[in-house]
Design a protein around this ligand. Structure first.
Ligand code: PA5
Length: 442
């Protein structure tokens, strides 16, 4: 289970203050547990680890197997925000980092930006592949995935015909509302539901995350089992609860020390997208009403050579949460060289991961000396089970932390502002008044 180590905060906070914040976090835990807080109609994510029916997982496998039978070697997953980051994070963590999968389809992600070049190059890949598509939008009306899907749909239909296209496209959307729902019903696509009571950024353990992960060849049962373990660990009402500890310390550092930026640090590039998922989870859940810790991320040691100077020495508004992996899945030893021209023989016989661990420890000590408190979270290794643990752990910690901060963790009113301007500028029907208003400003 995710372990929390707060030793890197000891020189910054008083024990008594931490105890007080733990009590506050436990009150926030009560609100989440009793489901009495703001946004309590969006707590469906709490029952996903142990409430997902086996029949749904079998349906995912049926999609995977039917595409295998068609020879599909490329699955384009279309979605943005909570409708893509969870699956992307899992696949970046689990896939080989250099070799394309053999005997399994390659999964790529589209509709998460409006770059014409990105889309054109994705379609270059589609042209030379045997393609299927999973299109995901809870609202069914989001512009970025809708634009990408129109292009991918046209490609699939013109290559395979409309009838076969319906077997190569799966939609994941609301049960009743939205353009994607209407479209997928009309076109006869196989579809899965994003439950009404699960918000986008909490949806990784629904079909939104699980179908792409299953189609890519990974074990979603193990992921749900890991999430169930985390659920058990965060369901205890005392100070040993890891989600309570994490929420309490980050709120104390924010309110008590005035540190406003939390950097989620990993020392393993496989987890770079985990940090992207985490940024959305905490950023959209806490950043509102003029409050919130800004969620940033860094992959070390890479970013020690770019951001390291600022973290060590710049404006002292930062703290770090290091996500540590205890055991690497692979082993590479540094050899001995009789010439020793590179002067590395002092490392001969060591694992590369030993150097990584020493870099992590050296960084911890240096950053503490530089005024950067450091929280540490650790998992045993990277696999489906521990990713499931992390997903549920962070979701629970986020709910507790946001209630402790005094905001509704489950809405995102601020996301609409840019959309209104964009629709007005694109002359979307219904936005005429906004277009006039905006043109006056330009
Ligand atoms: O967390 C959220 O609710 C958002 O980030 C959404 O996931 C994102 O905007 C995509 O929305 P939709 O799935 O409706 O297309």
């Amino acid at each position: 289970m995710v372990k929390v180590n707060l030793s890197g905060c000891a020189s910054f906070v008083k024990d008594a203050d931490f105890k007080e914040y733990v009590q506050k976090a436990l009150k926030a835990w009560d609100v989440l547990d009793a489901e009495t807080g703001a946004g309590n109609d969006f707590l469906g994510w709490k029952s996903l680890p142990d409430g997902t029916p086996e029949s749904l997982l079998c349906e995912f496998e049926a999609v995977r197997d039917s595409w295998k039978a068609l020879g599909v070697n490329l699955v384009i997953v279309i979605g943005i925000g909570g409708s893509y980051l969870g699956a992307r994070c899992a696949l970046e963590a689990l896939n080989h980092q250099f070799i394309l999968p053999e005997g399994k389809p390659r999964v790529v992600f589209g509709g998460n930006n409006l770059s014409e070049e990105y889309l054109a190059e994705m379609m270059d890949l589609a042209e030379r592949s045997n393609v299927a598509c999973i299109v995901i939008s809870k609202s069914g009306t989001t512009t970025e995935p809708a634009v990408a899907f129109r292009i991918v749909k046209e490609h699939i239909e013109s290559r395979y015909g409309k009838e076969e296209a319906a077997t190569r496209i799966v939609a994941i959307t609301d049960a009743a509302r939205g353009a994607l729902k209407t479209l997928s019903t009309q076109e006869g696509y196989r579809s899965f539901i994003v439950p009404d009571n699960v918000g986008g950024r909490f949806s990784v353990l629904t079909p939104v995350g699980l179908l792409p992960i299953c189609v890519a060849g990974y074990d979603v049962r193990a992921m749900l089992a890991g999430a169930a373990e985390a659920k058990k660990a965060v369901s205890v009402r005392n100070e040993s609860n890891p989600a309570v500890q994490y929420a309490a310390m980050r709120n104390l550092i924010y309110a008590g020390l005035g540190k406003k930026v939390e950097i989620l640090v990993t020392f393993n590039p496989r987890l770079t997208y985990l940090a992207e998922w985490w940024k959305q989870l905490f950023g959209e859940s806490e950043g509102k009403d003029g409050k919130g810790i800004y969620p940033a991320s860094a992959t070390f040691t890479t970013d020690l050579h770019s951001l390291g100077q600022f973290i060590q020495d710049g404006d002292r508004t930062l703290f770090e949460t290091v996500l540590k992996v205890e055991k690497p899945n692979r082993s590479v030893l540094i050899g001995s060289d009789p010439q020793n021209l590179d002067q590395l023989n002092y490392l001969a016989g060591q694992h590369v991961e030993h150097c990584n661990a020493m870099a992590a420890l050296g960084t911890k000590l240096a950053h503490i000396d530089g005024g950067v408190p450091q929280l540490e979270l650790s998992i045993e290794k990277i696999d489906e089970r521990t990713l499931g643990e992390l997903f549920y752990f962070f979701e629970a910690a986020c709910g507790i932390s946001a209630y402790q901060l005094g905001v509704n963790p489950f809405n995102q009113p601020g996301v609409e502002a840019y959309k209104k301007n964009m629709f007005a500028l694109l002359r979307k029907p219904g936005y005429e008044a906004a277009t006039e208003e905006i043109l006056k400003r330009l």
